[in-house]
Design a binder for this molecule. Structure first.
Ligand code: PLP
Length: 325
């Protein structure tokens, strides 16, 4: 069972480090904790989107497109990395950001501007409507836009995380580590979909647990399972038992998407001060907060190993300064 991978461009710094979190493991007195540093994938400050964009940008180039359009929240990491990938590939970039232009240019929005992206704010309009309008304007100017969905989560984007699982399995074998759980922040489901396909292909037998950042568990499970199936089909893998491997915990939604509370604050400070590793306020802070809580509740036994897959996002930290200190 070998995936038939489409072409990709090589913009990510791979393999990302796999590290043991010795001091955090000791502090929490629970399972052995490891971290996969996808906050170090390169481009403009790293994160999970770089792996997705290797395939998405290659597809755009193969289709003769000269401009990327994508969408996200005002502090979207996906949008910032898309702007950076466009710059690297010599393509134009339009970002459709939700809501109104903030008073201050900070965090990812500041970086979007520095990276040369053209930004539209949806204000009270529907996201899809603004994307369609932006694409039509570009076409009228003789450009050929390529639209990347929210979070880069389609079969092309998810493919980046199928390949990431191969990378992890090689590292685990080389370092003689057995991982029982992979825990990470899950939102549009592309990372999770890719990981479960990769687990089937490369023989990872542990749990793959997404901590939902914004959706009810059942909704995200269905979304990630459907994308996993579509990705496996796209890679020529045939029928795999994927849906049962998609595990989601939605206990840490707190006040909603991007509402930073005690869970995120505690996790960010704990990992920063014990490991010297920065998490982000929206995704990895919440996912790590969930993992810390699960450890405290005894969800894992001593002797088990848990790998936290760091998916990036630290460029958003300054935009949440008033909620973090
Ligand atoms: C830092 C970070 N972590 C996790 C995610 C979630 O990844 P996915 O959308 O593939 O579920 C995102 C998505 O924007 C992100 O920016």
């Amino acid at each position: 069972m070998k995936p038939n991978y489409p072409d990709r461009i090589h913009i990510a710094h791979l393999p990302t480090p796999l590290e043991r979190m010795e001091r955090l493991s000791k502090h929490l007195n629970g399972p052995d904790l490891y971290i996969k540093r996808d906050d170090q994938t390169g481009l403009a400050t790293g994160g999970n989107k770089t792996r997705k964009l290797e395939f998405l940008v290659a597809d755009a180039l193969a289709q003769g497109c000269d401009h990327l359009i994508t969408t996200g929240a005002p502090q979207s990491n996906h949008c910032r990395q898309t702007a950076a990938a466009a710059a690297r590939a010599g393509l134009g970039c339009t970002l459709v950001l939700r809501g109104n232009k903030p008073a201050q240019e900070t965090g990812n929005f500041l970086l979007d501007e520095l990276l040369g992206a053209h930004v539209y704010w949806t204000e009270d309009r529907d996201r899809a409507e603004v994307i369609t309008k932006a694409a039509a304007e570009l076409q009228a100017m003789g450009r050929k836009p390529y639209v990347i969905p929210l979070g880069g989560s389609n079969v092309m984007g998810a493919t980046g995380y199928v390949l990431a699982m191969q990378e992890l399995m090689e590292q685990l074998a080389a370092q003689h580590i057995n991982v029982d759980f992979i825990v990470f922040a899950s939102s549009s489901g592309g990372t999770q979909a890719g990981l479960v396909v990769g687990a089937e292909v490369y023989g990872f037998h542990g749990h793959i647990l997404g901590i939902s950042v914004d959706s009810p568990a059942e909704e995200l499970k269905m979304q990630a399972a459907a994308l996993a199936t579509a990705t496996a089909t796209h890679l020529g893998l045939g029928m795999l038992p994927l849906a049962e491997r998609v595990e989601v915990n939605d206990d840490y939604l707190g006040g909603g998407y991007a509402i930073v509370g005690k869970t995120e604050r505690e996790a960010i400070k704990m990992v920063a001060q014990l490991e010297g590793i920065l998490l982000d306020p929206v995704y990895t802070g919440r996912a790590m907060g969930g993992l810390i809580d699960l450890i405290r509740w005894g969800a894992f036994t001593r002797g088990q190993s848990v790998l936290f897959w760091h998916t990036g996002g630290t460029a958003a930290l300054p935009a949440f300064a008033d909620k973090l200190v």
